[in-house]
Design a protein around this ligand. Sequence first.
Ligand SMILES: [Zn+2]
Length: 353
Amino acid sequence: MADGRTGLVVALQANYCWVELDEPGPGDCRRLLCTRRTRLSKTGQTICVGDRVQVDGIDWAAARGAVAQRLPRHSLLQRPAVANVSRVVVVVSLAEPPLDPDQLTRFLITAEATGQPVLLVLSKADRLPQEIVALWCGRLRCWGYEPLVTSAQRGLGLEQLRAELGRPGIAVLCGPSGVGKSSLLNGLRPDLQLRVAAVSGRLQRGRHTTRHVELFAVAPGALLADTPGFNRPQLPGDPAALALLFPELRQRLGEARCLYADCLHLGEPGCAVGSDWDRYGLYSRCLADLQEEQAGFRRTGPGAIDAGRDDEAGLRRRGDRLEPRLAPAWRQPSRRRQRQRLSSPDLADSDHP
Ligand SMILES: [Zn+2]
């Protein structure tokens, strides 16, 4: 079509999407409000922010058009959906609300599932003594991450974050609500005028201030998607692939091979990984959650599952959650984790309920 153009989806709004054109049209028109051609949905092509698309039927005077085709994606962040992500920046706060290893692990898994580099940012470093911050950094290095410690209040780490976000491509900023993502962004680009999440008193849970995903330019060629704060990301996909979303496991599995190809690394005989690693408890819990989903449980909250009920997926009930059924000998917490718990009482321990 003569008026066909290519562009980038920068925001979604109800049934419309905003497309930023690669080349401006008449009257320097760069941004079009577009509908989606019905054949897109017929071929199962969903459109999300970050997608590169072909637009036709352009009405330049009204700055309107229609998305005719989605161009191939190189990556996808599942929730919130952002396509063609170049890196994922996971932000969690060290305090107010306190760092929760289980929640952080879920965000990291979602980020790792994109197959892109993941940057872990710790916010509100001013709220904790330096020794505790150092303990956290040490623990997170064992997870395979080199955390960037920041404080919007003290301007700590902001230069490094700015450099990281200024690299070409699409970066996605995600993390629980109330961790100060908006404050960090305001520190980087005051003109963005992002509303700062007010941490609500008793629950210390941030109010949702960022309601939808939108891409905005932070530097030439560098786009950032600030995502809505949500507190418990859904785990992506296949239980058998979960291990590869843990960098420390990925590394061990690159060095040694388990006896059985379908090893789930839950302490089975011949497992090259074993259970002597910090996130073993978190890993096994995430795995149990995924298996539970696969087994087709009704998921209307933890209370929806009958207490003490076993099932074919080899799960058993413990507290308000399900865990894989294992022989008792395999369930012993590792000596290393017991030591850690004794040596670092200040760190929130969520390995066991
Ligand atoms: Zn294994």
